[in-house]
Structure formats: structure tokens, C-alpha cells
Design a binder for this molecule. Structure first.
Ligand code: GLN
Length: 342
């Protein structure tokens, strides 16, 4: 018997190509339209949650803004509500930039350098609970996300950011750009992220100059999108890395499913377990009110509504996603018992 060391990984075989999959299809278009409309009407009057204000410009968002968009893996889409409102992508950028980094450096190298577990401690650690307050290490919390940005190919912050902007644009199927207003507001108030970057740097877990990495990360969070853009981005992750509207291959298939695994583990921060328990799909939220959810093989769902719960996840986003996850049959863990033949 050989002893596995703490950080050693099992030597899993490469997946068979093409790997077999276990997914079905979305219901008929009319059914999707009916249910999305019902979800919108049902949760429009919800008043719970608080608009984020720790980045000053975000406090200007209306708590009434509300939009939902579904894009199927075949490219058809249905949307309702504030679908033309532009907002900053914020943390919803994180899984997509992680995907771009995996594509550039390999998903194994990315895992070694960034981590993909929700706490970074062994399964039975008490320390993990004691110290869990934002000390998790994966690409979807700020520390791991700044480290991810630092790994993006490029020798300057500008080069790295351009690579990110261009990659996010391929996910969305249109040219995205930065809101300079959000970037200025967040840059003037992001001391905490600067601190995280310097701390990571001191531990040798940042792969670029800490101030420049924070700058590129802050620009990444300030990229402007609509709820439709987010749904197309999610649908690309639902479609093996191929954008269903442009047919462009944005990332490799093997990267795509690993990104979804990390989203399932950590996409909604400390509430990721509750999210998975109720919704049963990989998701990612952002502080400006966006939430993306991926139904592998079926499609992407995005919601936009600024009022957040205390963990920083959109309240309406969670309610709508739960409603649609059940009605559209999206929960990955749901099964129907087979009746034995008489
Ligand atoms: N830019 C934000 C930050 O770094 C992103 C956080 C979020 O969307 N949850 O704080």
C-alpha cells in the first residue's frame, strides 16, 4: 500500500472521448415562456433584501429592477422584465475567468495553484469551521478570484484585462466593455481586496504584482452586461463550452464541466450548500444582483434583481431559480423511480 500525501490527487484516467453524458432537453418553448412569465409575476412584488452599498455606485441601483432570461442549448431564448438594463458583472465574472485560465494553463495546473474546494481543509477539520470566515480558497471567492486573474496570460495589467474582456465577450457572443463609473467607484473603495492580494502575495499564492492584479480584477468586475448576456454565457457552459448563439467554441469541454463543479461547490459563497440542496445546479451570484445557473445539456438561466441576502446573493434570483428549477425539471439530482414491468 502506498500512502497518499495531503495534496496528492488520485490518478484518475482521462475521460473517454467523447464522454457519455446524462442530460435531457428543456420543455417546449411555450411551456418555458409560460413558466418564466409566471416566475416573473410571482416574485415581482417581493420586497426582501438590501441593495449593496459597499461599492458606492452600486447603491444607486433600483430595488425594482428585475429581469429573467433563459437561453437553451439550441440557442432559443426567452426573456422578460428589465432585459435591456446594463449592470456590472461583478462576481459572476469569476467562473468565466477561471474557465479562461483553465483553458490557458490547463485545469490541473489551475487546481493546484488556486484550489477547488469550499474550505481548503480536510473533510473532518474543525479548523475549517473555526476559520471559515472568508478564508476559503477557490476561484469564486475574492482571494481565489484575484489569484485567478493574476494567472491570466499577459505581461501587463492591460494585457491581462484585454484577454479577460475578449474572453467574456466570446462567452456572451458580443463585444463587452467596462463601466468606467463602476471601475472608478470600486477602485476608490477596494482596500480590502488590495489587502487580500498583498496577503496572498506574501504566501506566494499570487502570480502577478498584487496592485496590478487587483486593478485587472476590479476592471473585470466592472464589465457591463445585461441579463440576456449572462444567460448566453451560462448557456455556453451548459453546451460543452460552445456558445449556442454564435457556435464559437469558447473553452474546451473538459474545462467546462470542471468549472461547473467549482460553481456547484462555491458559487453562492457560504450558502452554496443551501443552494445546491434546494436548486440542484451549478450557479454563480454577483453583488450587483446577477445570478447565473447552468443546466448541463439543457441551457442557461440568468436573473437580475439588485436586493441581496446577507451573504450577497440576489433574493429574487434565488426564488426564481428555485421555482424554475422545479417546474422546468432542471435539478441534477432529481430522478423518477422506474416502475418494474409486470
Ligand atoms: N467586485 C466585487 C468585490 O470584489 C465582487 C463581489 C461580488 O460580486 N460578490 O467585492
Amino acid at each position: 500500500m502506498t500512502q497518499l500525501s495531503m495534496h496528492q490527487r488520485l490518478p484518475f484516467d482521462e475521460a473517454t472521448t467523447p464522454p457519455r453524458v446524462s442530460t435531457g432537453e428543456l420543455p417546449q418553448a411555450e411551456e418555458v415562456e409560460r413558466l418564466v412569465t409566471e416566475a416573473y409575476q410571482r416574485y415581482r412584488a417581493t420586497t426582501e433584501g438590501q441593495v449593496a452599498d459597499y461599492i458606492p455606485v452600486l447603491a444607486e441601483a433600483s430595488p425594482d429592477w428585475f429581469g429573467i432570461c433563459v437561453v437553451g442549448a439550441r440557442g432559443r431564448s426567452f426573456e422578460i422584465g428589465d432585459v435591456d438594463t446594463h449592470f456590472s458583472i461583478q462576481s459572476v465574472s469569476k467562473p468565466f475567468v477561471f474557465a479562461l485560465v483553465c483553458d490557458a494553463v490547463g485545469y490541473d495546473a489551475a487546481r493546484r495553484r488556486l484550489g477547488v474546494n469550499s474550505t481548503g481543509f480536510p473533510f473532518n477539520s474543525l479548523m475549517a469551521v473555526e476559520l471559515n470566515d472568508d478564508r476559503t480558497m477557490n476561484p469564486l471567492v475574492n482571494a481565489g478570484a484575484i489569484a485567478t486573474t493574476s494567472l491570466v496570460p499577459g505581461t501587463t495589467a492591460e494585457e491581462k484585462f484585454e484577454r479577460i474582456r475578449e474572453g467574456l465577450s466570446r462567452f456572451a457572443g458580443r463585444e463587452l466593455s467596462v463601466s468606467e463609473e463602476v471601475y472608478a467607484s470600486e477602485s476608490a473603495s477596494n482596500m480590502r481586496n488590495q489587502g487580500i492580494a498583498h496577503l496572498l502575495h506574501s504566501y506566494g499564492r499570487l502570480y502577478f504584482d498584487p496592485d496590478r492584479a487587483t486593478e485587472a480584477y476590479t476592471r473585470q468586475c466592472s464589465v457591463e452586461v445585461t441579463v440576456h448576456d449572462l444567460a448566453v454565457m451560462a448557456a455556453t457552459l451548459a453546451n460543452g463550452g460552445v456558445n449556442p448563439q454564435t457556435q464559437e467554441t469558447v473553452i474546451a469541454r473538459g474545462v467546462c464541466r470542471r468549472v461547473l463543479a467549482v460553481m456547484a461547490t462555491a458559487g453562492l459563497y457560504e450558502l452554496s450548500g443551501d443552494w445546491l440542496y434546494e436548486i440542484g445546479m451549478p450557479g454563480k451570484s454577483g453583488v450587483s444582483g446577477g445570478v447565473v445557473t447552468v443546466s448541463p445539456g439543457k441551457g442557461g438561466l440568468a436573473t437580475f434583481s439588485p436586493p441581496l441576502d446577507p451573504a450577497g446573493n440576489s433574493v429574487r434570483g434565488q426564488l426564481v431559480t428555485k421555482f424554475l428549477s422545479e417546474r422546468l425539471g432542471l435539478n441534477l439530482f432529481a430522478s423518477e423511480p422506474v416502475r418494474p414491468q409486470p
